[in-house]
Write a protein that binds this ligand. Structure first.
Ligand code: NAP
Length: 349
């Protein structure tokens, strides 16, 4: 099978997205309408998104504990990193550029946050080889793992098939995080068994309300026979939520104190929007005052990761520090299980 990878900056033209125009239009509309219908059918979700801000939550002291964070160099992840350091965690961040990671740490320290400690390892979520190398480094570095935040992501990326033969948004947002979670899970289980603090370890998937425009079709999952970037993004975020629900139920059935949660951080203007047409970005920027900031986004992530109010709670989806219902497919256990089995196969676990 031909590998359709696009080398960044190589000047190679991206392969054209598969699927006929009609099929693409249907998918495009499905995804946007799903998100819009969510707001139309649940005005409280619209109100929460555009008229409220998540409450500030004083993060507890977690000195001596270890957190792993993907994508901590900018956007929401950067604000999350600052809060984890303020909570005195030893934070391990995975990012594509070690230099960017080191520079971020220097600027955080220069900005006056002196607590906590940080180690940066290279991680490219487009490559399962890189994910495995990152996991090996983490396991060598950390005798315990109390918290894993799967935050890094891409949105509306042009069509690209990775070296692992998956569509890139599916792999970066979902599959690589699935594999990373599996590789770190035994250490988290050990940590939860040894912990005398009576606080469960947590795995947090930073998903999105884009899930309301998602629908898992197993014939069209990892390679997208019909590709529309917004639908692929929605599906990848839906996969993250299904993963959180299923893994939490598995761990609960084994009485293991590791809780798995997912969340929507809010609609936030960040580099994530760089793949949008510039006219859309201009319109979004006009309404920026209605939208949340990266600090607001980080509040929901930190609340989900650390709040004592969520102690023992898992398999839920959180928006603005409240538990809300994602799209109905999430509650279908047969889909959760089928996605789990397919992901084990794709991740070669
Ligand atoms: N912003 C929103 O409106 C919004 C809404 C809902 C959900 N979310 C979710 O929130 C999360 C963070 O988004 P954000 O707004 O903070 O976006 P952002 O500012 O673009 O940050 C994305 C992060 O992901 C990392 N990343 C991207 N591709 C990667 C790869 N192949 N390997 C490793 N790291 C990679 C980036 O690292 P580099 O520095 O190397 O690029 C960056 O640290 C995402 O999962 C996103 O889907 C955001």
């Amino acid at each position: 099978m031909a590998i359709n990878t696009i080398a960044r900056g190589s000047g190679a033209r991206p392969p054209s997205a598969p699927g006929g125009c009609c099929a693409q239009l249907v998918k495009f509309l499905w995804s946007w309408m799903g998100v819009m219908f969510n707001y139309a059918l649940h005005p409280s979700n619209f109100y929460r998104e555009f008229c409220t801000r998540p409450q500030t939550f004083k993060a507890p002291n977690r000195s001596g504990e270890v957190a792993v964070l993907t994508g901590g160099t900018k956007g929401i992840g950067l604000e999350v990193l600052k809060k984890l350091l303020e909570s005195k965690f030893h934070v391990i961040i995975g990012c594509r550029s070690l230099i960017a990671g080191e520079e971020v740490m220097t600027s955080i320290r220069n900005g006056g946050i002196t607590t906590g400690s940080c180690k940066v390892f290279e991680l490219d979520l487009k490559s399962l080889k890189s994910v495995r190398r990152f996991a090996e480094n983490v396991l060598r570095e950390a005798p315990r793992i109390d918290l894993l935040i799967n935050n890094a992501g891409v949105m509306f990326a042009p069509y690209e098939i990775t070296e692992d033969l998956c569509e890139s948004q599916f792999q970066v947002n979902y599959l690589s995080h699935f594999v990373l979670t599996n590789l770190l899970l035994p250490r988290m289980k050990e940590t939860s068994r040894r912990s005398d603090k009576h606080v469960a370890c947590r795995i947090v998937n930073v998903a999105s309300d884009a899930n309301y425009g998602g629908h898992i079709d197993f014939d069209n999952l990892e390679q997208c026979k019909v590709y529309v970037s917004n639908k692929a993004y929605s599906d990848s975020k839906l996969c993250q939520i299904l993963h959180a629900y299923y893994l939490d139920s598995l761990l609960r059935s084994e009485d293991i104190k590791v809780n798995v949660l997912s969340l929507h951080p809010g609609v936030i203007v960040s580099d994530l929007w760089n793949n949008m047409p510039s006219v859309v970005v201009a319109i979004v920027n006009m309404f920026k005052w209605m939208l949340r900031t990266t600090e607001d986004g980080a509040k929901t992530v930190i609340y989900t990761a650390l709040s004592p109010k969520l102690e023992g709670v898992g398999g839920v989806y959180i928006n603005s520090c409240e538990i809300v219902q994602p799209v109905s497919q999430v509650s279908d256990i047969s889909i959760q299980k089928r996605l789990w089995d397919k992901s084990l196969e794709l991740g070669k676990i």
